[in-house]
Design a protein around this ligand. Structure first.
Ligand SMILES: Nc1ncnc2c1ncn2[C@@H]1O[C@H](COP(=O)(O)OP(=O)(O)OP(=O)(O)O)[C@@H](O)[C@H]1O
Ligand SMILES: [Mg+2]
Length: 243
C-alpha cells in the first residue's frame, strides 16, 4: 500500500542499491523528510527507511532497540543499518499487516482504534522494565524542551502511575493491523524506553484525532483497560508538543 502523496517520491541511491533491481514502492514520508520504501511484495517484502541528516534521526539507535524488543514482541527484524554522506538507512524484513491508518482502517475506525489499544497494551505488558536498557524519562525529555516558555512543565511533572517500557511514538500509524482487524506488530521504535504508561497513552489518544474521523479516546482507553486520567493525559500531550 502507498499512502496518498508518496507515489512520486524518488528513492535515494542507497535504497536502489539495497533493492538490487527488485520493485520499489514509496510507502511513507515523515514530517522531517524521512522516507520509507517497500521492496518487493507479499510475504517476501522488505522495507528501507531513509533519513536525511537530522539530530532527531538515529537509525543505529532504532536498530538496537528493534533487536532488543524483538525478543518479546513483533517488530521489524533488522537486516542492516548504516550511514551515507546524504543520510542514514535502516533495512528491515517486512512484518504482517498494514499501518492502522490505511484507507481501509480510516473507513473502519472502531476496529482500528481497538487494534491499536490492544496492541499497545500487549507491548506494555510484554516488554520487561527490569531488562530494558533504554529510558524515556522525564529529565531526558525536559532537556529537549525547545521554547523557554514551556520550561514551566518541569514543575508540573505528575507522579508515576505505572512504569512500563513505552513505545515512545505510539501514534496510530505505528501499529500494524492485519486484514481481519487484529494488531500484528509495531514499527518506529527509535524513542522506546522506560517511562510512565501515560506518556504513551496521552500521545496514542492524541493521534486518534489526527488520523480518524470522530472521537475515540474513551473507547481506546476502555479497550486498553484503564480509566481515563485526564490530568496526566494533558501533561504528557503538552510535553509532546513542547519537545
Ligand atoms: N518492517 C516493516 N514491516 C511492515 N511495515 C513497515 C516496516 N517498516 C516500515 N513499515 C511501514 O512504513 C511506515 C513508516 O515506517 P516508520 O514508522 O518506521 O517511519 P517514520 O518515518 O519513522 O514514521 P513517523 O512519521 O511516524 O516518524 C510504517 O507506518 C509502516 O506502515
Ligand atoms: Mg512511524
Amino acid at each position: 500500500m502507498s499512502i496518498p502523496g508518496t507515489e512520486q517520491l524518488e528513492p535515494p541511491d542507497v535504497v536502489r542499491e539495497i533493492a538490487a533491481g527488485r520493485p520499489l514502492t514509496p510507502v511513507w514520508r515523515n514530517e522531517l523528510g524521512g522516507l520509507t520504501f517497500q521492496i518487493g511484495d507479499g510475504a517476501e517484502r522488505e522495507f528501507v527507511k531513509w533519513c536525511p541528516p537530522h539530530p532527531e534521526f538515529d537509525l543505529e539507535r532504532e536498530a538496537t532497540k528493534l533487536r532488543w524488543a524483538a525478543r518479546f514482541i513483533t517488530v521489524p527484524p533488522v537486516l542492516g543499518v548504516g550511514p551515507t554522506v546524504t543520510g542514514s538507512w535502516l533495512h528491515t524484513r517486512g512484518i504482517a499487516g498494514d499501518t492502522a491508518i490505511s484507507p481501509r482502517w480510516v473507513a473502519e475506525p472502531r476496529t482500528a482504534v481497538r487494534a491499536i489499544a490492544l496492541g499497545l497494551r500487549a507491548l506494555h505488558d510484554r516488554l520487561p522494565v527490569a531488562d530494558c536498557p533504554f529510558s524515556w524519562s522525564l529529565p531526558d525529555r525536559f532537556a529537549r524542551i525547545i521554547r523557554p516558555e514551556d520550561r514551566s512543565l518541569v514543575a508540573e511533572a505528575p507522579e508515576v502511575d505505572r512504569l512500563v517500557v513505552c513505545h515512545g511514538d505510539a501514534c496510530a500509524p505505528n501499529t500494524l493491523v492485519t486484514t481481519d482487524g487484529g494488531w500484528s506488530g509495531h514499527v518506529d521504535l527509535g524513542s522506546l524506553g522506560v517511562a510512565d504508561r501515560w506518556a504513551d497513552l496521552a500521545v496514542a489518544t492524541y493521534s486518534l484525532g489526527w488520523n480518524f474521523p470522530g472521537r475515540w479516546e474513551e473507547e481506546f482507553l476502555a479497550a486498553y483497560g484503564v480509566e481515563p486520567d485526564w490530568a496526566r493525559i494533558d501533561f504528557y500531550r503538552r510535553l509532546w508538543d513542547a519537545t
